[in-house]
Design a protein around this ligand. Structure first.
Ligand SMILES: [Zn+2]
Ligand SMILES: [Zn+2]
Ligand SMILES: [Zn+2]
Ligand SMILES: [Zn+2]
Ligand SMILES: [Zn+2]
Ligand SMILES: [Zn+2]
Length: 459
């Protein structure tokens, strides 16, 4: 089937109160922006001709709407035929077919869009601003973290500083508010929204930019930190373990109890659990060794233990350095399946282009990493958490390296002049949904017919 195009009279903008959502993913939804709006779109799957075929009108203050058939023939609304110039009620969820038969015509669902917005706005939670203050600095939390088991909340920067001091004194980490011995600390994204909402409502409570910069500078909690020294290994690491068990029994941290590389953990040392091997390592933000991936903020231990001179294969569960290394050190031999959103056809073309140029995937990726370093490419599509900071020297986990490769090879393909593509691929029109097209990986015909290495122009 050819891609259907849908569009509507009337601009986009804030006044969208409902939407016609097509059942065909190829077709984009129509925003209904004014109280009464003529829908002007394609009506069949086969022709690209647009026409005005119905009028949707909001019935004020009733939560209801009507649809008037202004086309030449009948349309179907909720399985009932509606003749020319007839008007019927519709409700949210109603099904509207743009002609007398489902086959060959476009099918839409009528959905409200403002409802959800009103709903969240209407959800008012009484909140005492005093309860949203950090008991260390007495300001509204900034980048709030929550400790367990007592679940008290603090600014990331304030708590990180507290942690650093406890560590210096080799004392158990206790809660600055209630003195409970702490087990872990992590960022709290839910409360962060509340933090922002409060500051929007009461701008005067905002802390000065200098203070915020100081807090950000001190903040060291990125992924979840396990607090306190880890119990020695229970000596059964070779037997199967669930991740929960391993966390509870503590896959031993090599530096708990042993001086390695001039460092030994103390009672207050915060630990990170490696996402690859589940082993523990002390969190040491001040020593300049990467312990967390800049692409996903998750902890990986390979680079840290290499810097401590510890090799995998010994008594402890640790990763080999290859699982967490600078982007330029990763090797890659073929175009990943994810590069063109599982579109095999584009994947083959990219491989083909690389071969035609007498290069390898590895060389091509390195070449484009250099362009990234030189800030020659727009990073908008780079799906990494700290995309702006990523360079060839950035330590990345394998998942994030793969995302980087996808991004670089996309740009490599965009840079290829059309006439250098294989003959049957050089004259294709762009799919309107571009790289975001959801049909490209399941419909081989569509993948062949349209170019998908391009930006979406709609949808
Ligand atoms: Zn604070
Ligand atoms: Zn507490
Ligand atoms: Zn340790
Ligand atoms: Zn990562
Ligand atoms: Zn590891
Ligand atoms: Zn497509």
């Amino acid at each position: 089937m050819e891609a259907g195009e849908c569009s509507a009279i009337g601009g986009e903008g804030d006044g969208i109160w409902a939407k016609l959502v097509p059942t065909d993913a190829q077709c984009s939804g129509i925003d209904i922006t004014s109280g009464d709006m003529v829908i002007h779109s394609e009506v069949t799957c086969f022709s690209s001709k647009k026409q005005s075929w119905c009028l949707i009108e909001k019935v004020p203050h009733s939560g209801k709407a009507t649809i008037k058939n202004i086309s030449q023939g009948p349309i179907i609304v909720d399985e009932a035929i509606v003749g020319t110039e007839e008007t019927v009620n519709i409700k949210y969820g109603s099904e509207i077919v743009s002609g007398p038969h489902r086959e060959g015509h476009l099918v839409f669902h009528f959905k409200e869009t403002s409802f959800q917005k009103q709903d969240t706005k209407a959800l008012m939670i009484p909140l005492d601003v005093e309860h949203a203050k950090c008991s260390i600095c007495l300001n509204i939390w900034h980048d709030v973290v929550t400790v367990s088991p007592c679940l008290h909340n603090f600014c990331n920067g304030c708590f990180s500083e507290w942690l650093r001091r406890s560590e210096k004194k080799c004392r158990d980490v206790v809660c600055p508010q209630c003195r409970a011995t702490l087990q872990s600390v992590g960022r709290n994204y839910f409360l962060r929204n509340i933090e922002e909402a409060i500051l929007q409502t009461f701008p005067l409570l905002r802390t000065s930019n200098d203070e915020l910069a100081l807090l950000d500078n001190r903040a060291s909690v990125r992924s979840n930190l396990v607090l306190g020294a880890q119990k020695p290994s229970s000596r059964n690491r070779s037997s199967g373990f669930s991740s929960e068990e391993s966390f509870a029994s503590g896959l031993a941290c090599p530096q708990c109890g042993n001086l390695i590389g001039g460092f030994k953990c103390n009672r207050a040392t915060a630990h990170l659990q490696c996402q690859a091997c589940s082993g523990m390592m002390p969190s040491r933000p001040d020593v300049g060794i990467p312990q967390q991936c800049l692409g996903c903020d998750r902890a990986f231990c390979g680079a840290y233990w290499r810097a401590q001179g510890l090799d995998p294969g010994g008594e402890y569960t640790i990763c080999s350095p290859e699982t967490f290394q600078p982007a330029s050190r990763w090797t890659i031999s073929r175009v990943p399946d994810t590069t063109h959103e599982y579109n095999r056809y584009e994947q083959d073309i990219t491989e083909w282009c690389i071969r035609q140029m007498g290069k390898t995937v590895q060389a091509t990726v390195l070449e484009w990493i250099t362009k990234l370093d030189n800030r020659e490419i727009d990073r908008a599509r780079l799906q990494l958490k700290h995309a702006e900071a990523v360079t060839s020297r950035t330590h990345l986990c394998s998942d994030c390296f793969c995302k980087l490769v996808n991004f670089l090879l996309y740009w490599f393909r965009l840079s290829m002049p059309r006439h250098l593509l294989p003959p049957d691929a050089s004259n294709r029109e762009d799919c309107w949904y571009g790289y975001a097209c959801r049909t490209q990986h399941r419909n081989a015909d569509h993948a062949k017919k349209r170019n998908h290495v391009c930006r979406p122009t709609r949808g």
